[in-house]
Design a protein around this ligand. Sequence first.
Ligand SMILES: C[S@@+](CC[C@H](N)C(=O)[O-])C[C@H]1O[C@@H](n2cnc3c(N)ncnc32)[C@H](O)[C@@H]1O
Length: 390
Amino acid sequence: MSYREVELLAKVLFEVVERKVSIDVAFKRVCRGRCAKGFDERERLYRLCRNFVSDYVKLLCYVGSRRVSYRKLARIWLKGSLPELAEPYCRLSIPRWLYERVSPLIGEQEAVSLFEAFRERFWWLRVNTFRGSEEGVIRELESEGVELEVHRELPYMVRVLRSPKPVRLLKAVKEFRAVPQDIASAIAVEHLDVEPGEVVLDMCAAPGVKTSLISMLSGGEARVVAADVSLRRLTAARHLLRKLGIPETSVSLVLADSASLNLRSVDKVLLDAPCSNSGAIGKDPGVKATLTPGKVELYSSTQLKLLSKALQLSDLIVYSVCSILPEEGEEVVTEALSTFDDFRVVPHRLTKLCSRGYPGYIISEGVCRMFPHIHSSDGFFIARLVRSPG
Ligand SMILES: C[S@@+](CC[C@H](N)C(=O)[O-])C[C@H]1O[C@@H](n2cnc3c(N)ncnc32)[C@H](O)[C@@H]1O
């Protein structure tokens, strides 16, 4: 254990817990490209920080009610002598309330598999057909030494099984012929069945990953109105869309609170709502350190507001969240449908690739849940809502 490592871990954990930033942002802020000589050392330190942040709840269980500084936590962790802990939530290093919320829904054994799967990060790439062909980009990735698996239903999606370098540094990724995008996120967009000529409203669009897939699936022939409340994130979306080669005339970026959008009706709406990110713990273990039931409650009420607006704007809405909590999935949709009773949940042909919704909700059979331990994806919820005729 070196003094340097203790300092790095303590500072990264401070950023994650106190400043509530993701592990990637925390590491970048603390390291600033200076914490390591060379690329391999930087990757080693990043992984060290990631694993340390992931073990935060476990460490808190271990120290109990003692007040312990971040440096001390780093020293304890680096010594590597944490005993086996009795409580499953401690062993899994998941907040107790989250474990207790999810395990009755799927059973204890399944919950253990789910939370263990979050220790791994699954990598998926989407071939950007505006910049290359499926075969060409897959060949290019393979020739760079990437071991991959092409998705059996969506041939433009590939799972990276092994890569000789971090995915972001692969040539095809740096040159925007391939885009990191989770399979669940692609399946959400597929639920729109977008057609050339349609007008699609993407209500929470930034940083534009799903917007760009909507455009790609229509061959650049759909009109996408991409709204977001954050100027910073919308600016990032503008850059991303340009780099991906999305035809400029096909996407209109709109800075707005989508809950009060003043729009004439559109053909389809994607509502990829702001959420707890509890489905993205594999990407950002920092979520485990900062998520609280209070935050989930706030997200649920924003989601319901946005979904109620969406149901006034179109006859077909795809609602998605990167969350494993029913408060942000089944409950939001059930509540919205109790007001907008002319809408039904209608499964899509790809819903068959998903798990059903959590049991006990009237919509459970028609919605899509995806999980890392089953689908090698983020934890995701997708519902397709269609206005019934008559
Ligand atoms: C899950 S992210 C969207 C990710 C995006 N769909 C993609 O695939 O790249 C949620 C987004 O909702 C935006 N947001 C939150 N509240 C909003 C609101 N009231 N109106 C519009 N956008 C909102 C956030 O700024 C954030 O960019």
